[in-house]
Design a protein around this ligand. Structure first.
Ligand code: G4P
Length: 534
């Protein structure tokens, strides 16, 4: 390997920042994404992303849905350039199509942006996604959105994060007023106030009016009462707030906090600039060969998501691969760690952004989409050079459970094959009853759509019908202590024990409350919402 190549990779890594947005539906993820792309020049008019979203939501028909999915495939990763950086925004599917992919995408992200509606604060989906980020220890940046509308007190919002997520907060900017009286934000880094001006939906890059903190006009510009309130809050922050510590940010223990209004495009650029200063560049990843540095000159990466095409005429699948080291080049031949085979990476797909469709090269931190000839499964490693395998992707806590029945015994084999293949691909988790007389698989999913996908694909790809028999549980916990701990704990109330595909014990509960009760009474069970990698 030439040192030239290494230098090229090192430069590319230094310039790259990758992140995913975690949020609850309606917090403004689509709007923020759109505004970020606007700054990156990837789209010229805000509204383009939203139009696609509207189309996708307007339909429930399967085939139509899949056609819309074509759009969501191309927008799975949005790459754009800004201020000398190449930024990869990994889109986490949300809304109705919330599925395990949403979690898995976080396995490929180096940073996360936690987006909250300032009127609502922490919401359930955000909390769950946060847990995955915490597990990975990635830096989390918080953006409180919709300041142009009445919302909760900023200090209260930050306190909620500290108390409920155990994450320290540091306000990088601070809002002045809110709702009708939203005046702008104060940038603590530069000690400047960015004044808010109402624009029509912020469809162009906004140019903020900026004044220094010492500017004599401030009192009038902000209105007296808001100015004094702001001064007081600022003093409080300086005196009692957490100190900024970048190492703590990188360790995922301290979240830099921003306030703004994505819809009016206010505070977005300010956020982006600080984010780029603070975010982690692509780092090393744990593998069977130890930690692999991104500048290791041999190409390697892992599959974090598979997207199946539901049109039976085009049974192709796309495997999304996060590049971890080296340089990807179109048509390169790599090793597939799980099977020991080699595979040519042809027809790589570039995702949305800058209008390019095919991709010739990629660097660590980038994501490539490959037409998958069926050989890839979630978590698979591909590599050149010495053999290595990256740590797999864990199973995430499902919340919907149903027996999947085969109404046609003569098709037993196909049914079994379909279920197994869909499980391997990661379309859904499969569990089994501990009662030997109940052989049907239990589908376990994080979103309803996963059930529908399984049934649809069984019918279309394996030619078998299936019946769903929902189970009344909503919480699953793996038993870290294993079967031995479970036996020792004796009889447990309000729960049922099942086993996952690897034969590990999992407890299912009707609700969170029942789960907490068992957790409290039996700490030795070591209950876990996210399963260790099998
Ligand atoms: P999501 O992807 O997180 O689900 O949220 P999305 O961006 O679709 O935003 C949800 C709603 O919140 C949208 O309104 C959007 O316009 C609004 N919104 C986003 N950011 C802001 C903001 O900073 N301020 C205010 N006031 N609203 C914001 P909608 O009525 O559902 O859609 P639309 O009619 O605006 O298109």
């Amino acid at each position: 390997m030439t040192t030239d190549l290494q230098a090229e990779i090192a430069t590319a890594v230094d310039q790259r920042r990758n992140f995913a947005i975690i949020s609850h539906p309606d917090a403004g993820k689509t709007t923020l994404t759109e505004k970020l792309l606007l700054y990156g020049g990837a789209i010229h008019e805000a509204g383009a992303v939203k139009a696609k979203r509207a189309q996708r939501h307007a339909t429930s028909d399967w085939m139509e849905m899949e056609q819309q999915r074509g759009i969501s495939i191309t927008s799975t990763v949005l790459q754009f350039d800004y201020s000398g950086y190449t930024i990869n925004l990994l889109d986490t599917p949300g809304h109705q199509d919330f599925s395990e992919d949403t979690y898995r995408t976080l396995a490929a992200a180096d940073n996360a942006v936690m987006l909250e509606d300032a009127a609502k604060g922490l919401e359930p989906q955000t909390r769950k996604l946060f847990e995955v980020c915490r597990m990975r220890g990635i830096p989390i940046f918080t953006f409180f959105n919709k300041l142009d509308r009445p919302g909760r007190e900023p200090l209260e919002l930050m306190d909620e994060i500290e108390q409920e997520l155990g994450l320290q907060t540091y306000a990088v900017n601070w809002p002045i007023g809110m709702g009708d009286r939203f005046k702008g934000v104060y940038d603590r880094r530069k000690q400047q106030i960015h004044l808010f001006e109402r624009t029509a939906h912020g469809s162009r890059e906004a140019k903020d009016t900026v004044v220094d903190l010492g500017d004599p006009r401030i009192e009038d510009l902000l209105e007296k009462d808001l100015y004094y309130q702001f001064k007081e809050e600022l003093e409080l922050l300086e005196a009692a707030g957490t100190e900024f510590d970048l190492a703590q940010v990188h360790a995922g223990k301290l979240t830099p906090v921003f306030f703004g209004s994505a819809m009016t495009n206010f505070g977005v650029e300010l956020f982006l600039e600080s984010f780029l200063d603070y975010a982690l560049k692509p780092g090393s990843r744990r593998s069977t060969q130890g930690d692999i540095d991104p500048t290791y000159p041999e190409f390697s990466g892992f599959v974090f998501k598979l997207q199946a095409n539901m049109d039976p005429k085009h049974r192709d699948r796309i495997a999304f691969i996060r590049v971890c080291s080296g340089k990807f080049e179109k048509d390169m031949v790599v090793n597939h760690a799980r099977t020991g085979k080699t595979v040519r990476l042809s027809h790589p797909q570039k995702l949305f952004g800058q209008g390019r469709q095919s991709l010739d090269e990629a660097y660590p931190g980038d994501v490539i989409g490959l037409n998958n000839p069926g050989m890839f499964a979630i978590g698979d490693t591909i590599y050149n050079g010495k053999k290595l395998e990256y740590e797999g992707i864990p199973s995430f806590s499902p919340e919907l459970f149903a027996y999947l029945r085969n109404p046609n015994p003569s098709k037993f084999k196909q049914f079994q094959k379909g279920v197994n293949e869909l499980r391997e691909e990661g379309a859904v988790q499969i569990m089994y009853s501990t009662d030997e007389s109940k052989r049907e698989p239990i589908l376990a999913a994080v979103g309803q759509l996963q059930f529908e996908v399984v049934q649809f694909r069984l019918r279309n790809e394996y030619n078998v019908d299936s019946l769903l028999d929902p189970l009344p549980y909503s919480v699953a916990r793996w038993v870290g202590g294993g079967w031995a701990a479970l036996e020792k704990a004796g009889r447990l109330f309000n729960t049922v024990t099942v086993k996952d595909s690897w034969g590990r014990p999992v407890l299912l509960f009707k609700n969170e409350w029942n789960c907490q009760q068992v957790e409290g009474e039996h700490p030795e069970l070591d209950l876990r919402a996210i399963a260790p990698v099998a």
